[in-house]
Design a protein around this ligand. Structure first.
Ligand code: HEM
Ligand SMILES: *[C@@H]1O[C@H](CO)[C@@H](O)[C@H](O)[C@H]1NC(C)=O
Length: 361
């Protein structure tokens, strides 16, 4: 086996040595992955370190945090105010960016992911690392798409300006305008919110850290689009808190922004479409999240290393209403078609447990 690996490396290196082909050619990495660019092979060891030691093979708190971080770094760019976008400034200039109110909770993410950013600084810039970790984090979550990853982002030069990351209490128009200013459409905003299917809040209601946004926070399913369309009836903790509205299931928390985007005439029908369409949700999310990873960057300067990103386990379930809830509990918002009638998951009303926190152990 060792001989075979050495042999194939030689075969691939030989034409390069002779100057017959340009050096950036197909290569087979140590794990057997074939890549278009030999540079990408350096990422194999980083990927495996993240999977084994940061995410510990779970779609849990560390994976959720890595996914959130790609957004909070990338969205830090404005056509007028500037900012580098997906440049890693949220890590390098954390002393500034973590003071922004919308970045509440990112300190926890940097506590866990930060040491890996620093450990692999000779392989990936902070901007590359954050987008890479986010792409790899999705492979932990059943039902998630395989997203593209490109590398070569320069080191960040400055902190992002303040007030660029959306807050959960911002009105829909403000949120859509913020994304629109960086060329992300209302439909792409909704597609990006599929991320809230593997997510929860620590700080919206600080009395109940790790409270999930839907009933299945370890699965990248369409449940977030179903749960948020149901009539809210309760606060899971001591709510209402700023940016929080009532949720339909004990142990889950609803963001005001998710609630309003599900009911706004500009976005409600697309929201409803994604509620029962796993494949469309996957592909539209994958496209939108890749676009996010390019904010402030020129794709032509970046090397495609997508082959290094593993596929997530498949999601085999089907969309359902949570136990005891039916289409009578849907708040119909799309004017042109009715929310699909779904089977109700059997059993008594759920009390969804909190997501175990990465720093608990
Ligand atoms: C309208 C835009 C958005 C708003 C207002 C928003 C707001 C929030 C809030 C308030 C939290 C809870 C933070 C806490 O208290 O711990 C959260 C969590 C999260 N958000 Fe968003 N978000 C938005 C878009 C996005 C996007 C585009 C992504 C990724 C592509 C994303 C990924 C996540 C993830 C994965 C978490 C869970 C983090 C964890 O469980 O540790 N969000 N979001
Ligand atoms: C956070 O900022 C400090 C300097 O303010 C820096 O030393 C540290 O490396 C930064 N953390 C990361 C993960 O970049």
């Amino acid at each position: 086996m060792a001989f075979k690996k050495g042999f194939s490396a030689l075969v691939f290196a030989f034409p390069t040595v002779l100057g017959l082909v340009s050096p950036q050619k197909r290569a087979v990495c140590s794990d057997g992955t074939t890549v278009a660019n030999a540079q990408c092979c350096n990422l194999v060891q980083v990927r495996d370190d993240l999977i084994n030691n940061l995410f510990t093979n779970e779609c849990g708190d560390a994976a959720h945090g890595a996914l959130r971080l790609i957004f909070h770094d990338a969205i830090g760019i404005d056509p007028v105010a500037g900012g580098g976008g997906a440049d890693g400034s949220i890590a390098t200039f954390n002393a500034t960016e973590l003071t922004f109110p919308a970045n509440q909770g990112i300190d926890d993410v940097l506590d866990t992911e930060g040491p890996f950013i620093l450990k692999w600084a000779d392989v990936l810039t902070p901007g590359d690392f954050i987008q890479f970790a986010g792409a790899v984090s999705l492979s932990m979550c059943p039902g998630a798409p395989q997203v593209k990853f490109v590398m070569g982002r320069p080191a960040p030069v400055a902190a992002s300006p303040p007030n660029l990351v959306p807050n959960p209490f911002d009105p829909v128009t403000m949120i859509l305008n913020r994304f629109g200013s960086v060329n992300i459409s209302p439909q792409e905003v909704i597609a990006l919110l599929a991320s809230h299917s593997v997510a929860g809040a620590d700080d919206v209601d600080p009395t109940i850290p790790g409270t999930p946004f839907d009933i299945s926070p370890s699965t990248f399913d369409t449940q977030i689009f179903i749960d948020v369309q149901l009539r809210g009836t309760l606060f899971p903790g001591d709510g209402p808190n700023q940016g929080e509205v009532q949720s339909p299931v004990q142990g889950t928390l609803r963001l005001q922004s998710d609630h309003d985007l599900a009911r706004d005439s500009r976005t409600a029908c697309f929201w409803q479409t994604l509620a029962t369409n796993q494949q469309q949700m996957q592909s539209q999310f994958a496209d939108a999240v890749f676009k996010l990873s390019l904010l402030g960057q020129n794709q032509n300067d970046l090397v495609d290393c997508s082959e290094i990103i593993p596929a997530a386990p498949a999601f085999t379930g089907t969309p359902t209403f949570p136990p005891a809830l039916t289409s009578a509990d849907i708040e119909q918002a799309c004017a042109s078609s009715t929310f699909p009638d779904l089977p109700t998951e059997p059993g008594p009303p759920l009390v969804v447990p909190p997501i175990p926190q990465a720093d608990d152990s």
